[in-house]
Design a protein around this ligand. Structure first.
Ligand SMILES: [Zn+2]
Length: 490
């Protein structure tokens, strides 16, 4: 008798579906249900903090592995800097300290002694790193400095949401020094490009790259660039930023070098980062009512093999799936789920919820025919493949899934991108549909402020290649100086 028949299986399946709130009912609850049910994180005793459990951390490790490779290819090295920053250092750059002051966590006591100078837990590391760079950089021969750090940072947030905004998060922060402004600008844009390519090619998330407005730029930067992704509820998520710091920090931290012309000059700097919020983006862009959907290149497990066991054929089916796993594990990240205390139907749901891109089913009938069944997580499509052909078909299928997932996300983005020059229409769309709204803008921060008050939307970025029909500001009607995307964001 097959185990996956009868009422038991149906009841189990219903149980699964019931535990994840449908997106359409309550999007925020859907998100929380998915991350808790898939055991990606757990809440900490301190509000706003969390434990990242193995299922979530494996995704962060994948992000690290793939991005670190790209950082090295572009000439960067990893290093590590201290967690605590003397307050005096943070105060040096006025805009920087002002920007981060509301979120700083302090250390005021060491052991039993009150510290004469309180320390700040790094909210970002420009200040502490610039202190080191002021000693490490002496001559033009020391440049460029191309260093990245993988670490945690702390920003005392009032409203938090797992992965998307937490008081402590993991990230990488690149910090570079250059001889000229052009070199620094080139680096800033190069790393923005690295992020864009990573999100689109590996995470299957389409993004818009552009410059931040003065109001939205990084505290202390000359110019900030970002990539903006659209989540499946139409809200934007800033997925990565790259800053041209100009000489703002170099001047206050006195980072100078003796140039070839024997003159002492300040360096030009950049910093750039992505964080564990990318995990939130991955969940929200691709996930569905059954749980996670992971793109094959990001999935810690790409393929799960599930035997359909019957009492009569148990031994030969188990032997076959073990052989199958053995023959595929050198080329694919593959798991065999041969637990006998769960029915195949239960396992199908479990692995679907966890977002594994491909499931291989193998039962006695398949064995007799020399086939296996492949099931795609993204579309639910099934196909029968001769076992001998599996080594050729599987990589093709994973590649198809990767491409289709990007395409689906991109189509969603386009379908939810609006444009126009009518402010009332814009307000209605932001209230009812969300999405991105392309429009012209005069450059005045007061118009940005008004939009935020009226709709909660902000200018996400000034894209490099956006053209809008009108040359009048969406808000005030004056002559426009830029084409921008407005959206509500996480
Ligand atoms: Zn205006």
């Amino acid at each position: 008798m097959e185990q996956n028949t009868g009422h038991g299986k149906k009841a189990q399946e219903k149980e699964f579906v019931r535990e994840i709130t449908p997106k359409a009912v309550d999007y925020s609850q859907w998100y929380i249900d998915v991350i808790l049910k898939t055991k990606m994180m757990d809440y900490a005793p301190v509000k706003g903090f969390m434990a990242i459990r193995p299922a979530g951390y494996a995704l962060w490790e994948k992000i690290q592995e793939l991005l670190d490779l790209k950082f090295r290819e572009t000439g960067h090295e990893n290093a590590y800097f201290p967690l605590f920053i003397p307050h005096e250092l943070l105060q040096k750059e006025a805009a920087h300290v002002e920007g981060f002051a509301p979120e700083m966590a302090w250390v005021t006591k060491g052991g039993s002694e009150i510290l004469t100078e309180p320390l700040v837990v790094r909210p970002t590391s420009e200040a502490i790193i610039c202190d080191f760079y002021s000693r490490w950089v002496q001559s033009w021969r020391d440049l460029p400095i191309l260093i990245n750090q993988w670490c945690n940072v702390v920003r005392w947030e009032k409203a938090t949401r797992p992965f998307l905004r937490t008081s402590e998060f993991l990230w990488q922060e690149g910090h570079t020094c250059h001889r000229t402004e052009e070199e620094a600008e080139e680096e800033t844009l190069k790393m923005l490009g690295v992020y864009k390519e990573f999100l689109e090619n590996e995470m299957a998330i389409p993004v818009i790259a552009g410059r931040k407005t003065e109001r939205e730029k990084f505290a202390g930067a000359l110019r900030t660039y970002s990539i903006e992704a659209m989540m499946s509820d139409g809200r934007a998520l800033q997925a990565g930023t790259s800053h041209n710091l100009g000489q703002h920090f170099a001047k206050v931290f006195d980072i100078t070098y003796l140039d070839q012309d024997e003159r002492l000059k300040h360096v030009w700097q950049t910093s750039w980062g992505v964080s564990t919020r990318l995990i939130g983006a991955l969940i929200m862009v691709h996930g569905d009512d059954r749980g996670l959907v992971l793109p094959p290149r990001m999935a810690p497990t790409q393929v799960v093999v599930i035997p359909i066991l019957t009492r009569k054929d148990r031994e030969r089916v188990l032997l076959a799936v073990r052989e199958l796993k053995g023959s595929l594990e050198k080329d694919f990240r593959i798991k065999l789920d041969d637990r006998e205390e769960y029915s195949p139907g239960w396992k199908f749901n479990e692995w679907e919820m966890r977002g594994i891109p491909v499931r291989i089913e193998l039962g006695p009938k398949d064995l007799d025919k020399g086939n296996v069944v492949l099931v795609r997580r993204d579309s639910g499509e099934k196909e029968f493949v001769p076992r001998d052909n599996l080594g050729r078909r599987l990589p093709q299928l994973l590649e198809e899934i990767q491409k289709d997932m990007f395409k689906k996300a991109d189509e969603f983005r386009l379908a939810n991108t609006y444009s126009g020059s009518d402010y009332e229409e814009f307000k209605t769309i932001m209230a009812e549909k969300r999405g991105f709204f392309a429009a012209s803008w005069c450059g005045d921060p007061q118009c940005e402020e008004k939009v935020k008050e009226d709709t909660k939307a902000t200018i996400r970025c000034i894209p490099f290649d956006l053209e809008t029909d009108s040359n009048r500001c969406l808000v005030c009607g004056k002559k426009a100086t830029a084409s921008v995307y407005f959206a509500r964001s996480y």
